[in-house]
Design a binder for this molecule. Structure first.
Ligand SMILES: *[C@@H]1O[C@H](CO)[C@@H](O)[C@H](O)[C@H]1NC(C)=O
Ligand SMILES: *[C@@H]1O[C@H](CO)[C@@H](O)[C@H](O)[C@H]1NC(C)=O
Ligand SMILES: *[C@@H]1O[C@H](CO)[C@@H](O)[C@H](O)[C@H]1NC(C)=O
Ligand SMILES: *[C@@H]1O[C@H](CO)[C@@H](O)[C@H](O)[C@H]1NC(C)=O
Length: 374
Protein backbone atom coordinates (compact mmCIF):
# COMPACT_ATOMS: atom_id res chain seq x y z
CA UNK A 1 0.00 0.00 0.00
CA UNK A 2 2.76 2.42 1.01
CA UNK A 3 4.68 1.56 -2.18
CA UNK A 4 1.59 2.14 -4.29
CA UNK A 5 0.99 5.54 -2.82
CA UNK A 6 4.60 6.58 -3.43
CA UNK A 7 4.28 5.57 -7.08
CA UNK A 8 0.99 7.41 -7.28
CA UNK A 9 2.48 10.52 -5.74
CA UNK A 10 5.40 10.32 -8.17
CA UNK A 11 3.11 10.01 -11.16
CA UNK A 12 0.98 12.85 -9.89
CA UNK A 13 4.01 15.03 -9.42
CA UNK A 14 5.29 14.22 -12.87
CA UNK A 15 1.89 15.12 -14.33
CA UNK A 16 1.71 18.38 -12.45
CA UNK A 17 5.27 19.18 -13.43
CA UNK A 18 4.45 18.52 -17.05
CA UNK A 19 1.41 20.77 -16.91
CA UNK A 20 3.57 23.32 -15.20
CA UNK A 21 6.32 23.09 -17.77
CA UNK A 22 3.90 23.38 -20.63
CA UNK A 23 2.45 26.46 -19.03
CA UNK A 24 5.89 27.89 -18.42
CA UNK A 25 6.84 27.28 -22.05
CA UNK A 26 3.57 28.77 -23.23
CA UNK A 27 3.96 31.75 -21.00
CA UNK A 28 7.64 32.37 -21.53
CA UNK A 29 8.09 35.92 -22.71
CA UNK A 30 10.94 35.07 -25.01
CA UNK A 31 10.69 31.56 -26.31
CA UNK A 32 14.09 30.33 -27.45
CA UNK A 33 13.19 29.36 -30.97
CA UNK A 34 14.29 25.86 -31.91
CA UNK A 35 15.15 25.17 -35.50
CA UNK A 36 12.08 24.04 -37.38
CA UNK A 37 12.00 22.47 -40.83
CA UNK A 38 9.91 25.44 -42.01
CA UNK A 39 12.75 27.81 -41.18
CA UNK A 40 14.97 26.04 -43.70
CA UNK A 41 15.12 28.29 -46.78
CA UNK A 42 15.63 25.26 -49.01
CA UNK A 43 12.29 23.93 -47.74
CA UNK A 44 10.31 27.14 -47.30
CA UNK A 45 11.54 28.51 -50.60
CA UNK A 46 9.30 31.59 -50.71
CA UNK A 47 9.64 32.55 -47.04
CA UNK A 48 5.96 31.84 -46.55
CA UNK A 49 4.14 32.15 -43.29
CA UNK A 50 3.69 28.42 -42.80
CA UNK A 51 1.28 28.85 -39.88
CA UNK A 52 -1.29 31.30 -41.27
CA UNK A 53 -4.27 32.24 -39.10
CA UNK A 54 -7.47 33.53 -40.67
CA UNK A 55 -10.14 35.41 -38.75
CA UNK A 56 -13.66 34.30 -39.60
CA UNK A 57 -16.37 36.83 -38.75
CA UNK A 58 -19.38 35.64 -36.75
CA UNK A 59 -22.85 36.88 -37.60
CA UNK A 60 -26.32 37.18 -36.12
CA UNK A 61 -27.74 33.76 -35.33
CA UNK A 62 -30.91 32.53 -37.06
CA UNK A 63 -34.13 32.43 -35.01
CA UNK A 64 -34.51 28.75 -35.92
CA UNK A 65 -31.28 27.76 -34.18
CA UNK A 66 -31.47 30.30 -31.31
CA UNK A 67 -34.91 28.92 -30.41
CA UNK A 68 -33.54 25.39 -30.15
CA UNK A 69 -31.32 26.45 -27.23
CA UNK A 70 -33.51 28.74 -25.08
CA UNK A 71 -31.19 28.40 -22.07
CA UNK A 72 -27.97 29.30 -23.80
CA UNK A 73 -28.76 32.77 -25.17
CA UNK A 74 -26.70 32.12 -28.28
CA UNK A 75 -26.64 35.27 -30.39
CA UNK A 76 -24.00 34.69 -33.05
CA UNK A 77 -22.62 31.81 -35.07
CA UNK A 78 -20.13 30.60 -37.65
CA UNK A 79 -21.06 27.82 -40.05
CA UNK A 80 -18.38 25.18 -39.49
CA UNK A 81 -17.93 24.68 -43.24
CA UNK A 82 -16.03 28.01 -43.40
CA UNK A 83 -13.71 26.89 -40.64
CA UNK A 84 -13.05 23.58 -42.36
CA UNK A 85 -12.57 25.40 -45.68
CA UNK A 86 -9.63 27.29 -44.14
CA UNK A 87 -8.33 24.35 -42.12
CA UNK A 88 -8.23 21.98 -45.09
CA UNK A 89 -5.88 24.41 -46.86
CA UNK A 90 -3.44 24.50 -43.95
CA UNK A 91 -4.78 27.56 -42.15
CA UNK A 92 -6.04 27.94 -38.61
CA UNK A 93 -9.08 29.92 -37.59
CA UNK A 94 -9.80 32.57 -35.00
CA UNK A 95 -13.44 33.60 -34.58
CA UNK A 96 -13.94 37.37 -34.82
CA UNK A 97 -16.86 38.66 -32.77
CA UNK A 98 -19.50 41.05 -34.06
CA UNK A 99 -20.66 43.93 -31.89
CA UNK A 100 -17.22 45.09 -30.71
CA UNK A 101 -15.58 48.53 -30.79
CA UNK A 102 -13.09 49.36 -33.54
CA UNK A 103 -10.14 48.83 -31.15
CA UNK A 104 -11.03 45.16 -30.86
CA UNK A 105 -10.80 44.66 -34.63
CA UNK A 106 -7.57 46.70 -34.80
CA UNK A 107 -6.03 44.54 -32.09
CA UNK A 108 -7.00 41.16 -33.52
CA UNK A 109 -6.13 42.13 -37.09
CA UNK A 110 -2.57 42.97 -36.01
CA UNK A 111 -2.12 39.37 -34.90
CA UNK A 112 -3.65 37.34 -37.72
CA UNK A 113 -2.99 37.02 -41.44
CA UNK A 114 -6.32 37.58 -43.18
CA UNK A 115 -10.08 37.67 -42.69
CA UNK A 116 -12.89 35.67 -44.25
CA UNK A 117 -16.37 37.21 -44.32
CA UNK A 118 -18.75 34.26 -44.59
CA UNK A 119 -22.07 34.04 -46.36
CA UNK A 120 -25.34 34.01 -44.51
CA UNK A 121 -28.65 35.80 -44.43
CA UNK A 122 -28.29 38.74 -42.07
CA UNK A 123 -29.20 42.33 -43.00
CA UNK A 124 -26.78 45.21 -43.27
CA UNK A 125 -29.12 47.61 -41.44
CA UNK A 126 -28.72 46.22 -37.91
CA UNK A 127 -26.35 48.14 -35.67
CA UNK A 128 -23.48 46.36 -33.92
CA UNK A 129 -23.84 43.38 -36.20
CA UNK A 130 -22.17 41.80 -39.21
CA UNK A 131 -22.25 44.99 -41.26
CA UNK A 132 -20.66 47.23 -38.61
CA UNK A 133 -17.97 44.65 -37.85
CA UNK A 134 -17.35 44.22 -41.57
CA UNK A 135 -17.00 47.99 -42.01
CA UNK A 136 -14.32 48.16 -39.30
CA UNK A 137 -12.50 45.19 -40.81
CA UNK A 138 -12.68 46.64 -44.33
CA UNK A 139 -11.38 50.06 -43.24
CA UNK A 140 -8.61 48.62 -41.08
CA UNK A 141 -7.53 46.23 -43.85
CA UNK A 142 -7.25 49.17 -46.28
CA UNK A 143 -5.11 51.09 -43.79
CA UNK A 144 -2.89 48.07 -43.21
CA UNK A 145 -2.38 47.45 -46.92
CA UNK A 146 -1.70 51.17 -47.47
CA UNK A 147 1.00 50.82 -44.81
CA UNK A 148 2.63 48.00 -46.75
CA UNK A 149 1.16 45.07 -44.84
CA UNK A 150 -0.32 42.44 -47.15
CA UNK A 151 -3.62 41.74 -45.44
CA UNK A 152 -6.12 39.72 -47.52
CA UNK A 153 -9.91 39.80 -47.18
CA UNK A 154 -12.10 37.11 -48.65
CA UNK A 155 -15.88 37.46 -49.02
CA UNK A 156 -18.11 34.54 -49.88
CA UNK A 157 -21.71 35.28 -50.96
CA UNK A 158 -23.04 37.73 -48.34
CA UNK A 159 -19.42 38.48 -47.41
CA UNK A 160 -18.74 39.39 -51.03
CA UNK A 161 -21.89 41.51 -51.06
CA UNK A 162 -20.68 43.27 -47.91
CA UNK A 163 -17.24 44.04 -49.38
CA UNK A 164 -18.77 45.62 -52.48
CA UNK A 165 -21.44 47.39 -50.41
CA UNK A 166 -18.73 48.94 -48.23
CA UNK A 167 -16.67 49.94 -51.26
CA UNK A 168 -19.80 51.75 -52.50
CA UNK A 169 -19.86 53.77 -49.24
CA UNK A 170 -22.85 51.79 -48.02
CA UNK A 171 -25.09 52.91 -50.86
CA UNK A 172 -27.01 49.76 -51.78
CA UNK A 173 -25.55 48.35 -55.00
CA UNK A 174 -27.42 45.04 -54.90
CA UNK A 175 -30.25 43.77 -57.08
CA UNK A 176 -32.77 41.06 -56.17
CA UNK A 177 -31.75 37.79 -57.70
CA UNK A 178 -33.21 34.31 -57.83
CA UNK A 179 -30.36 31.91 -57.37
CA UNK A 180 -31.19 29.47 -54.62
CA UNK A 181 -29.86 25.93 -54.94
CA UNK A 182 -28.45 26.75 -58.36
CA UNK A 183 -25.37 24.85 -59.51
CA UNK A 184 -23.53 26.70 -62.28
CA UNK A 185 -20.33 26.66 -64.35
CA UNK A 186 -18.57 30.05 -64.46
CA UNK A 187 -18.94 32.29 -67.52
CA UNK A 188 -15.42 33.72 -67.59
CA UNK A 189 -15.00 37.25 -68.90
CA UNK A 190 -12.26 38.49 -71.21
CA UNK A 191 -9.00 38.99 -69.36
CA UNK A 192 -9.93 36.76 -66.41
CA UNK A 193 -6.60 34.95 -66.79
CA UNK A 194 -4.78 38.17 -65.93
CA UNK A 195 -6.53 38.37 -62.54
CA UNK A 196 -4.61 37.39 -59.42
CA UNK A 197 -7.35 34.92 -58.51
CA UNK A 198 -7.02 32.91 -61.71
CA UNK A 199 -3.53 33.76 -63.02
CA UNK A 200 -2.01 30.65 -61.50
CA UNK A 201 -4.99 28.31 -61.92
CA UNK A 202 -4.13 25.24 -63.97
CA UNK A 203 -5.83 24.67 -67.33
CA UNK A 204 -7.59 21.76 -65.69
CA UNK A 205 -9.17 23.92 -62.93
CA UNK A 206 -10.30 26.50 -65.49
CA UNK A 207 -11.72 23.78 -67.72
CA UNK A 208 -13.78 22.30 -64.88
CA UNK A 209 -15.05 25.71 -63.71
CA UNK A 210 -16.02 26.60 -67.30
CA UNK A 211 -17.63 23.31 -68.21
CA UNK A 212 -19.39 21.74 -65.24
CA UNK A 213 -21.96 23.16 -62.77
CA UNK A 214 -19.49 23.09 -59.86
CA UNK A 215 -20.37 26.38 -58.16
CA UNK A 216 -23.10 26.28 -55.49
CA UNK A 217 -25.30 29.40 -55.55
CA UNK A 218 -27.60 30.44 -52.69
CA UNK A 219 -28.33 34.13 -53.00
CA UNK A 220 -31.28 36.48 -52.98
CA UNK A 221 -29.15 39.45 -54.01
CA UNK A 222 -26.52 39.95 -56.66
CA UNK A 223 -24.62 42.63 -58.57
CA UNK A 224 -25.20 43.43 -62.22
CA UNK A 225 -22.72 44.87 -64.70
CA UNK A 226 -25.06 47.84 -65.17
CA UNK A 227 -24.87 48.77 -61.47
CA UNK A 228 -21.12 48.28 -61.43
CA UNK A 229 -20.81 50.68 -64.39
CA UNK A 230 -23.33 53.20 -63.03
CA UNK A 231 -21.74 53.29 -59.55
CA UNK A 232 -18.19 53.20 -61.00
CA UNK A 233 -17.59 50.02 -59.02
CA UNK A 234 -15.59 48.58 -61.88
CA UNK A 235 -12.99 51.22 -61.12
CA UNK A 236 -12.58 49.42 -57.79
CA UNK A 237 -13.25 45.78 -58.67
CA UNK A 238 -12.16 43.56 -61.55
CA UNK A 239 -14.96 41.29 -62.72
CA UNK A 240 -13.69 37.88 -63.83
CA UNK A 241 -16.91 35.96 -64.37
CA UNK A 242 -20.66 36.31 -64.75
CA UNK A 243 -23.58 33.93 -64.36
CA UNK A 244 -27.32 33.86 -64.96
CA UNK A 245 -29.90 33.23 -62.24
CA UNK A 246 -33.05 31.05 -62.53
CA UNK A 247 -34.83 33.94 -64.31
CA UNK A 248 -31.95 34.60 -66.70
CA UNK A 249 -30.75 37.73 -64.88
CA UNK A 250 -27.03 38.23 -65.41
CA UNK A 251 -24.98 38.62 -62.22
CA UNK A 252 -21.33 39.03 -61.28
CA UNK A 253 -19.86 35.86 -59.78
CA UNK A 254 -16.15 36.49 -59.15
CA UNK A 255 -14.28 39.71 -58.43
CA UNK A 256 -11.06 40.98 -56.98
CA UNK A 257 -10.14 44.43 -55.75
CA UNK A 258 -7.91 46.27 -58.24
CA UNK A 259 -5.69 47.71 -55.54
CA UNK A 260 -5.91 45.51 -52.44
CA UNK A 261 -5.75 41.73 -51.87
CA UNK A 262 -9.54 41.57 -51.45
CA UNK A 263 -11.56 38.86 -53.20
CA UNK A 264 -15.27 38.27 -53.54
CA UNK A 265 -17.21 35.34 -54.95
CA UNK A 266 -20.98 34.95 -55.11
CA UNK A 267 -20.99 31.14 -54.83
CA UNK A 268 -20.01 28.80 -51.97
CA UNK A 269 -16.98 26.53 -52.46
CA UNK A 270 -17.19 25.45 -48.80
CA UNK A 271 -20.62 23.93 -49.45
CA UNK A 272 -19.34 21.51 -52.12
CA UNK A 273 -16.80 20.32 -49.58
CA UNK A 274 -18.74 20.28 -46.32
CA UNK A 275 -22.50 20.80 -46.64
CA UNK A 276 -24.55 17.68 -47.25
CA UNK A 277 -28.11 18.66 -46.32
CA UNK A 278 -30.32 17.04 -48.99
CA UNK A 279 -31.94 18.64 -52.04
CA UNK A 280 -29.79 21.73 -52.19
CA UNK A 281 -28.24 21.06 -55.61
CA UNK A 282 -24.74 21.19 -54.18
CA UNK A 283 -22.33 19.43 -56.52
CA UNK A 284 -20.21 16.90 -54.65
CA UNK A 285 -18.39 15.36 -57.60
CA UNK A 286 -14.63 14.96 -57.38
CA UNK A 287 -14.35 17.74 -59.97
CA UNK A 288 -16.31 20.13 -57.74
CA UNK A 289 -14.13 19.21 -54.79
CA UNK A 290 -11.02 20.05 -56.81
CA UNK A 291 -12.24 23.50 -57.85
CA UNK A 292 -13.54 24.29 -54.35
CA UNK A 293 -10.17 23.41 -52.87
CA UNK A 294 -8.57 25.71 -55.42
CA UNK A 295 -10.36 28.68 -53.84
CA UNK A 296 -9.51 27.61 -50.28
CA UNK A 297 -5.85 27.17 -51.19
CA UNK A 298 -5.80 30.54 -52.90
CA UNK A 299 -7.19 32.37 -49.86
CA UNK A 300 -4.87 30.68 -47.38
CA UNK A 301 -1.88 31.22 -49.70
CA UNK A 302 -2.68 34.94 -49.78
CA UNK A 303 -2.49 34.90 -45.98
CA UNK A 304 0.90 33.16 -46.15
CA UNK A 305 2.32 36.46 -47.46
CA UNK A 306 1.45 38.06 -44.14
CA UNK A 307 3.83 37.47 -41.23
CA UNK A 308 1.94 38.89 -38.25
CA UNK A 309 1.57 36.81 -35.11
CA UNK A 310 0.17 36.81 -31.58
CA UNK A 311 2.16 38.29 -28.70
CA UNK A 312 2.71 34.83 -27.22
CA UNK A 313 1.52 31.25 -27.47
CA UNK A 314 -0.97 31.60 -24.63
CA UNK A 315 -2.77 34.43 -26.34
CA UNK A 316 -2.81 32.51 -29.64
CA UNK A 317 -4.14 29.38 -27.95
CA UNK A 318 -6.89 31.37 -26.24
CA UNK A 319 -8.13 32.90 -29.46
CA UNK A 320 -8.17 29.86 -31.76
CA UNK A 321 -11.45 28.19 -32.73
CA UNK A 322 -10.16 25.01 -30.99
CA UNK A 323 -11.64 26.39 -27.78
CA UNK A 324 -15.15 25.85 -29.17
CA UNK A 325 -17.08 22.85 -30.42
CA UNK A 326 -19.42 22.88 -33.42
CA UNK A 327 -22.97 21.59 -32.95
CA UNK A 328 -24.81 19.27 -35.33
CA UNK A 329 -27.36 21.76 -36.63
CA UNK A 330 -28.13 19.78 -39.79
CA UNK A 331 -30.42 17.54 -37.73
CA UNK A 332 -32.13 20.62 -36.27
CA UNK A 333 -33.34 21.80 -39.66
CA UNK A 334 -30.50 24.18 -40.53
CA UNK A 335 -28.96 24.13 -44.00
CA UNK A 336 -25.60 24.15 -42.22
CA UNK A 337 -24.43 20.71 -41.20
CA UNK A 338 -22.55 22.10 -38.20
CA UNK A 339 -22.37 25.52 -36.56
CA UNK A 340 -20.28 27.11 -33.86
CA UNK A 341 -22.73 28.93 -31.59
CA UNK A 342 -21.65 31.80 -29.36
CA UNK A 343 -23.11 33.83 -26.51
CA UNK A 344 -21.91 36.81 -24.47
CA UNK A 345 -19.98 34.53 -22.12
CA UNK A 346 -17.79 33.33 -24.98
CA UNK A 347 -16.72 36.86 -25.90
CA UNK A 348 -15.25 37.31 -22.45
CA UNK A 349 -13.88 33.79 -21.94
CA UNK A 350 -10.31 33.65 -20.80
CA UNK A 351 -9.01 30.13 -21.21
CA UNK A 352 -5.75 30.88 -19.35
CA UNK A 353 -7.60 30.99 -16.05
CA UNK A 354 -9.34 27.78 -16.94
CA UNK A 355 -6.03 25.94 -17.53
CA UNK A 356 -4.49 27.29 -14.33
CA UNK A 357 -7.52 26.31 -12.32
CA UNK A 358 -7.35 22.78 -13.75
CA UNK A 359 -3.74 22.39 -12.68
CA UNK A 360 -4.59 23.50 -9.17
CA UNK A 361 -7.60 21.20 -8.93
CA UNK A 362 -5.52 18.36 -10.33
CA UNK A 363 -2.75 18.93 -7.77
CA UNK A 364 -5.20 19.03 -4.88
CA UNK A 365 -6.87 15.84 -6.11
CA UNK A 366 -3.48 14.13 -6.33
CA UNK A 367 -2.48 15.12 -2.81
CA UNK A 368 -5.86 14.09 -1.48
CA UNK A 369 -5.74 10.73 -3.26
CA UNK A 370 -2.21 10.09 -2.02
CA UNK A 371 -3.12 10.91 1.57
CA UNK A 372 -6.09 8.60 1.37
CA UNK A 373 -4.00 5.76 0.00
CA UNK A 374 -1.36 5.91 2.72
C1 LIG B 1 0.66 37.37 -23.76
O1 LIG B 1 0.16 38.45 -24.52
C2 LIG B 1 -0.97 39.08 -23.95
C3 LIG B 1 -1.45 40.13 -24.93
O2 LIG B 1 -0.46 41.01 -25.26
C4 LIG B 1 -0.62 39.66 -22.59
O3 LIG B 1 -1.78 40.24 -22.02
C5 LIG B 1 -0.10 38.57 -21.72
O4 LIG B 1 0.33 39.10 -20.50
C6 LIG B 1 1.05 37.85 -22.38
N1 LIG B 1 1.45 36.71 -21.57
C7 LIG B 1 2.70 36.44 -21.31
C8 LIG B 1 2.96 35.28 -20.43
O5 LIG B 1 3.61 37.10 -21.76
C1 LIG C 1 -33.66 45.85 -42.42
O1 LIG C 1 -33.91 45.45 -43.75
C2 LIG C 1 -34.87 44.40 -43.87
C3 LIG C 1 -34.92 43.98 -45.32
O2 LIG C 1 -35.06 45.06 -46.15
C4 LIG C 1 -36.18 44.84 -43.30
O3 LIG C 1 -37.12 43.78 -43.38
C5 LIG C 1 -36.00 45.27 -41.85
O4 LIG C 1 -37.21 45.79 -41.34
C6 LIG C 1 -34.91 46.32 -41.73
N1 LIG C 1 -34.64 46.55 -40.33
C7 LIG C 1 -34.39 47.76 -39.83
C8 LIG C 1 -34.04 47.80 -38.38
O5 LIG C 1 -34.45 48.78 -40.50
C1 LIG D 1 -31.78 21.86 -58.78
O1 LIG D 1 -31.49 22.26 -60.09
C2 LIG D 1 -32.43 21.90 -61.07
C3 LIG D 1 -31.92 22.38 -62.42
O2 LIG D 1 -30.63 21.95 -62.65
C4 LIG D 1 -33.76 22.54 -60.75
O3 LIG D 1 -34.73 22.15 -61.68
C5 LIG D 1 -34.21 22.15 -59.35
O4 LIG D 1 -35.36 22.84 -58.98
C6 LIG D 1 -33.11 22.47 -58.33
N1 LIG D 1 -33.43 21.91 -57.03
C7 LIG D 1 -33.74 22.65 -55.98
C8 LIG D 1 -33.97 21.90 -54.70
O5 LIG D 1 -33.83 23.84 -56.02
C1 LIG E 1 1.65 32.95 -59.21
O1 LIG E 1 2.79 32.12 -59.21
C2 LIG E 1 4.03 32.84 -59.21
C3 LIG E 1 5.14 31.82 -59.35
O2 LIG E 1 5.05 30.85 -58.33
C4 LIG E 1 4.14 33.66 -57.95
O3 LIG E 1 5.31 34.41 -57.95
C5 LIG E 1 2.93 34.59 -57.86
O4 LIG E 1 2.99 35.26 -56.62
C6 LIG E 1 1.65 33.83 -57.97
N1 LIG E 1 0.56 34.77 -58.02
C7 LIG E 1 -0.41 34.75 -57.14
C8 LIG E 1 -1.45 35.80 -57.29
O5 LIG E 1 -0.51 33.93 -56.25
Amino acid sequence: MAMNSIYFLLICQLCVQRFDNELKVANAKSIIKKFDVNDDPTVNINNENTTPIIGVLTQEISKLIANKFPEENYNSYIAASYVKFIESSGGRVVPIWIGQPREYYEDIMKKINGVLLPGGSTYFNQSNGYHDAGRHIYNIAIEMNDNGIHFPLWGTCLGFELLVYLSANSIEPRTYCSSRAQALPLEFQEGYEKSRLFANASADIIHILKTYPVTANFHLYCFTQETFAAMKLNEIWRVMSLNHDWDGLEFISTTEHLRYPFYGIQFHPEKNLFEFVKNRNITHTSLAIRTSQYFGNFMVNEARHNHQYFANRTEEANKLIYNYNPINTGILGSSFQQQYLFNDKHYATNTVNRINKNVIIFSITCIYATLNLS
